[in-house]
Design a protein around this ligand. Structure first.
Ligand SMILES: Cc1ncc(COP(=O)(O)O)c(C=O)c1O
Length: 451
């Protein structure tokens, strides 16, 4: 029986030989770009393919391979790559100018779309990314409450600015390099446990906000217990603490109105990005008027909240965002892609069960995750409850997980880490191809699967 390293080595060798142009590009990139990449999640052994073109659910690399894509613009592309309506809208706008350096009508139309879809939106402020949106939301909460600290949950991701960087990986107590202990000390990292949150809020009058990924940590890799968000809403309200739902993933995906609509929970502020801008850069903070209004306007105390940003609500992102929100607004898109995702999950789990691989496919809406752990029953999502949150979050590479992404790439399927996003462009054929690729990939590395 081959050991883990032998299988990984074999896959790495096969993949490297099959991708000579991407390999050369990777070597060239590594001389200039840290780690050879431009986003942490794209660091991959030996390297990810270099993509030259994408359309619908597919993309093509420098060496001529075609992939069914589940990275889908890190979740931004709910309509697939290069959707014709969005391409037309952006093309029209690019000829009209990309930056008027003044107000423009598209920013109003875009905000009106957001208000029409997302519950509780009294005002909207656009940013250039999700990271900027959570940064601004926390600043608004601090300004409104006059308090210093924020609560975030273990493993929950809210971008890369300093206040949300602590608490990413077990044991969740680190001060990330480059973040001051003073800043990290103002971020209270808590487990997903209402008793612990309740006592923290009761004990500490300096807490301004609680920020949460409504999907659960890492885009739903660690789902939240049922009722958690509702109870968190009640707890935060009772203490005058702002509840910020970070809907960068769930916004416009969990439903046209995001997770607030899907779960019937109303936040004070919602942060959005990704689908909001239809695959171009863009983010927003939206919610209560009293929280957003002090931006740019002197309050009674004469203090205004500053928020410049060269590309806030830039016309290209606005044109793309408006078109995207118009396509998804009636929820038919969600019915289609959620059903497609459910059949992908069912089929994947059937393969895990048939091959006796201790893996489970699970997810919500059109987001799916794969987990591999000795405590799982092959293909049985119920057995996820046997796996502690830390292990789900970390996806400690079991032999299967470590090799699977590579074995799938070799078969024309690109996951994003151990999961992905389904778009309206994914067809039944794409799903069938993905499931066959998974089955074959599992077969290839099964000698290593923990049973
Ligand atoms: C929940 C969540 N919040 C914030 C962010 C940061 O968004 P951006 O990458 O646009 O800065 C992400 C990015 O994936 C995210 O998933």
């Amino acid at each position: 029986m081959a050991d883990t390293r032998t299988i990984e080595r074999t896959l790495i060798d096969t993949y490297t030989q099959a991708n000579p142009k991407s390999r050369a590009a990777h070597e060239r990139a590594s001389r200039l770009l840290p780690g050879g990449v431009t986003h942490d999640v794209r660091a991959f052994t030996p390297f990810l393919p270099y993509i030259v073109r994408a359309s619908g659910a597919h993309k093509w690399d420098l060496d001529g391979h075609e992939y069914v894509d589940y990275a889908m613009g890190h979740g931004a592309l709910i309509l697939g790559h290069a959707h014709p309506t969005l391409v037309a809208a952006v093309t029209r706008q690019v000829a009209l100018g990309t930056h008027p350096g003044a107000n423009h009508l598209l920013e109003i139309e875009w905000a009106e779309r957001v208000q029409a879809l997302v519950p509780g939106v009294e005002m909207v402020r656009f940013t250039s990314s999700g990271t900027e949106a959570t940064l601004l939301a926390l600043r608004l909460a601090r300004a409104a409450t006059g308090r210093r600290k924020v609560v975030k949950f273990q493993g929950h991701f809210h971008g890369w600015h300093d206040a949300v960087s602590p608490g990413q990986a077990p044991p969740y107590t680190d001060v990330p390099p480059g973040v001051t202990t003073a800043t990290a000390g103002e971020t209270v990292v808590l487990p997903v446990d209402l008793d612990v949150v309740g006592s923290a809020l009761a004990r500490d009058p300096e807490i301004a906000a609680v920020i949460v990924e409504p999907s659960g940590a890492a885009a739903g890799a660690v789902p939240l217990p049922a009722g958690f968000l509702q109870n968190l809403r009640a707890l935060t309200s009772s203490r005058g603490v702002c509840l910020i739902m970070d809907e960068v993933i769930t916004g416009f995906r969990w439903s046209p109105g995001g997770a607030q609509q899907a779960y019937g929970v109303r936040a004070d502020l919602v942060t959005m990005a990704k689908i909001l801008a239809g695959g171009l850069p863009g983010g927003a903070v939206a919610g209560r008027r009293d929280l957003l209004e002090p931006i740019g306007v002197a309050s009674a105390a004469g203090r205004r909240i500053r928020h410049p940003g060269t590309f806030n609500a830039n016309p290209l992102s606005a044109a793309s965002g408006i078109s995207c929100l118009d396509v998804i607004r009636d929820g038919k898109v969600h019915e289609q892609i959620n059903a497609m995702t459910r059949s992908l999950l069912t089929e994947m789990n059937a393969r895990f069960a048939r091959r006796g691989v201790r893996g489970v496919a699970y997810g919500e809406a059109s987001r799916f995750n794969l987990a591999f752990d000795q405590r799982l029953t092959p293909g049985d999502p119920q057995s996820l409850r046997n796996v502690p949150a830390d292990a789900l979050k970390e996806q400690r590479p079991t032999p299967v997980a470590a090799s699977l992404a590579l074995a799938l790439l070799l078969r024309g399927v690109h996951l994003m880490a151990m999961g992905g996003f389904v778009s309206t462009a994914h067809t039944r054929e794409d799903i069938a191809k993905t499931v066959d690729a998974l089955d074959e990939a599992l077969g290839e590395i099964q000698t290593l699967a923990p049973r």
